[in-house]
Ligand binder design. Structure first.
Ligand code: ADP
Ligand code: MG
Length: 501
């Protein structure tokens, strides 16, 4: 075993015990007697901090003190209200990622080394840090042509730190998976790998630059939200230069009272911006909290920090459209069918019981004022129910739901009486009708047809080359013919769809 990792593990374990966050007293009733006794023993060593706050808050504080890997772990855990319960997840999501900054001189040296040129050859000024987190910090600067920019620089040595802590995390996950049978269902090793992977990507600021560019393009197609332009000559693995977001920080409470702001329009824009990104374009800014948002009068919103990008493929978007449509029509059987068809719910479950559970979520929503019903809560409840049916949640849907919680919160603070359904209406209506229209279906069929034709072409090629695979040695002519026929019909339908649409 890796000795350094083991030592670190002991230190982490000790801190968790001191915070009573390893086997929190609150979960005692849920545990077998043996574990309860162990918990009671460990609590003899609890420190003063163990008395303050709920278990999620205590764990958040402990994780904050362990650095970037633990912080990322906490952020990922906080997205799993379906496993750990809403309160715990919510407490964890308040985890703070703020640290004292490192020296500007060090930052300048890092930038020069990374970009391979003296700082004066690119920036006219390079100022003090404006914000510092566990992975990177941001400086205000100006380019030689006078453009005001923000320069994000990774912390020196952060890669090594993340690497060694990642090994500890993977080791713990491996131990848990091997030793604690009930935890196996939660796939701790897979979980840990997701955390490590997310960090690996965040440690390459070229990825963030690309994310800013891509989502920025998508935002530019509507007028709901904007992203600062990427200054590519100031981008490297450890350095990111973005145009300065000209606006008031939404994280500052005074901003809300600034003159000329149309708070209701701002709230609408936040919701619509997020929904069009996710539903129309399938790529969204997945970290839309106040700290990353700037506003200017009357209703412009600028988002920064593109470290986490969410993606929804056509299948997920279609799936969501069907669900939402089913809920709006109060057709729970249809929603259930969609879940089964998509393979999200294992086949051995009863589809009618599932529809019944969906009705339990959907019905209370009707008859209540729309402003009382939170879209993210509806989704979260849906996910809770689906957990009962062993539904495997795609990570991208979880990320969508989590971002929706954040976005809703921002909108409500901007405009307390905000009705997010009404805000969402034009976007969702357009998207559902497009997604579920016959034309959309025809297009999809056309795509299938092209795929089928390609598959046939590949088969033919393989045959010519004399490759002997089972499928090719004995092509069943009748099946092949049906395949081609189906493809032709689908293709025709697709062409018709295009012409009509
Ligand atoms: N383009 C920008 N314009 C103005 N301020 C920025 C810009 N980019 C970052 N900042 C400031 O730096 C802070 C940290 O940057 P951010 O990208 O959010 O990093 P982190 O991942 O550490 O949250 C932001 O909250 C914001 O205050
Ligand atoms: Mg940020």
């Amino acid at each position: 075993m890796d000795l350094a990792a083991f030592a670190r593990l002991l230190a982490v374990g000790w801190t968790l015990i001191r915070a009573d966050a390893l086997i929190p007293r609150e979960v005692d009733p849920l545990l077998p007697t043996g574990v309860q006794t162990l918990g009671r023993f460990l609590r003899l060593f609890a420190g003063r901090g163990a008395k303050v706050g709920r278990p999620g808050e205590r764990l958040a504080r402990a994780l904050e003190s362990f650095g970037p890997v633990a912080i990322k772990l906490g952020q990922v855990l906080s997205t799993r209200a379906d496993i750990f319960g809403g309160q715990f997840a919510q407490d964890l999501s308040h985890l703070k990622d703020r640290l004292p900054p490192f020296d500007t001189a060090i930052a300048r040296a890092e930038v020069e080394r990374e970009l391979g040129r003296p700082i004066e050859s690119l920036y006219a000024t390079f100022g003090e840090p404006v914000a510092a987190a566990s992975i990177a910090q941001a400086h205000e600067a100006t380019m030689l042509d006078g453009r005001r920019v923000a320069v994000k620089v990774l912390r020196p040595g952060i890669e090594r730190r993340v690497d060694s802590d990642s090994r500890v995390l993977l080791m713990v996950a491996g131990l848990v998976e091997r030793l604690i049978a009930p935890a196996r269902r939660l796939e701790p090793v897979l979980f840990a790998k997701i955390v490590v992977r997310a960090l690996e990507l965040e440690l390459d600021l070229r990825m963030e630059a690309a994310g800013a560019g891509e989502v920025g393009e998508v935002m530019a197609r509507d007028s709901y939200m904007r992203a600062p332009a990427v200054v590519w000559e100031g981008v490297g693995k450890r350095v990111l230069t973005l145009e300065w977001a000209n606006g008031l920080p939404l994280s500052d409470p005074a901003t809300l009272d600034a003159p000329g702001l149309d708070r209701r329009a701002l709230a609408d824009n936040v919701i619509r911006g997020f929904l069009t990104q996710a539903l129309d374009h399938g790529v969204f800014h997945a970290d839309l909290h106040e700290g990353n948002l700037f506003v200017s009068a009357p209703s412009t919103i600028i988002a920064v920090d593109f470290g986490i990008i969410g993606r929804l493929g056509p299948v997920e978007r279609r799936f969501l459209a069907e669900i939402l449509y089913g809920f709006l029509m109060r057709d729970y059987r249809r929603v259930a069918q969609v879940h089964f068809d998509a393979g999200y719910v294992p086949r051995h479950h009863d589809i009618d019981a599932f529809a019944q559970a969906l009705r339990a979520v959907g019905e209370p929503v009707f008859g209540r004022a729309a402003s009382q019903v939170s879209m993210s809560r509806l989704l979260a409840q849906l996910f809770e129910i689906t957990a009962l049916f062993e539904m495997r949640l795609r990570p991208e849907l979880v990320l969508l739901q989590k971002t929706m919680v954040t976005v809703e919160g921002v909108a409500r603070r901007l405009y307390p009486d905000h009705d997010m359904w009404q805000a969402a209406d034009p976007v969702v209506r357009r998207w559902i009708s497009r997604e579920l229209s016959p034309v959309a279906r025809a297009r999809e069929l056309a795509d299938d047809a092209v795929r089928a034709l390609r598959a046939i072409a590949r088969m033919a090629e393989a045959q010519e080359a004399g490759v002997t695979t089972v499928a090719v040695v004995e092509p069943r002519p009748s099946r092949l013919a049906w395949f081609a026929f189906g493809a032709a019909v689908a293709g025709l339908a697709g062409v018709l769809g295009y012409l009509l649409g």
